[in-house]
Design a protein around this ligand. Structure first.
Ligand code: HEC
Ligand code: HEC
Length: 103
């Protein structure tokens, strides 16, 4: 009986740990976006909900993007975070294209 109680608390503990790691996430995740049709540059197909808009930060939280490099090339993500923190929304299109705002 004592053994069984240990077992139950062990399971509970493991469950707690797994919940914890879910909370500690790495921000928005769209996988390797260099694999997408035109690399970093957004296309209408991959950006249906945000297409044609320049107010990127209405939908994307600046603290929740560029947290992890999921591409297969070396990118200095901290450098991107710094640039974005300094320049804000005005710089997004330098890397992600016009997002349909000039078409
Ligand atoms: C109205 C909300 C909205 C706005 C405004 C918006 N986005 Fe998005 N964005 C989304 C959503 C939702 C997704 C998830 C992909 C999807 O379902 O379209 C996304 C996905 C992305 C992705 C990942 C695309 C991929 O390759 O999988 C990038 C990069 C991105 N947005 C950048 C931007 C930039 C840069 C701007 C401003 C020029 C912007 N977004 C404006 C809602 C928005
Ligand atoms: C210097 C280039 C650069 C600039 C400027 C830039 N991005 Fe990105 N962005 C990237 C790269 C590289 C990735 C791919 C990261 C990865 O592997 O997921 C990315 C990924 C994203 C994603 C996909 C989710 C993620 O976190 O990976 C979103 C959304 C996004 N950028 C939005 C924005 C917005 C909004 C701005 C402007 C505030 C912006 N980006 C400015 C280079 C840039």
């Amino acid at each position: 009986m004592e053994m069984f109680r240990y077992f139950l608390s062990f399971i509970f503990f493991v469950a707690l740990i797994s919940c914890g790691s879910e909370a500690d996430d790495n921000g928005e995740d769209f996988g390797n976006i260099l694999d997408s049709p035109s690399s970093l540059v957004l296309t209408e197909d991959e950006h249906v909900y945000g297409w044609g808009r320049s107010d990127c930060l209405m939908c994307h939280n600046i603290n929740n993007i560029h947290l992890q490099n999921r591409t297969d090339v070396t990118i200095d993500m901290e450098e991107i975070q710094d640039q974005v923190a300094e320049e804000g929304e005005s710089i997004c299109m330098d890397c992600h294209g016009s997002n349909g705002t000039t078409e």
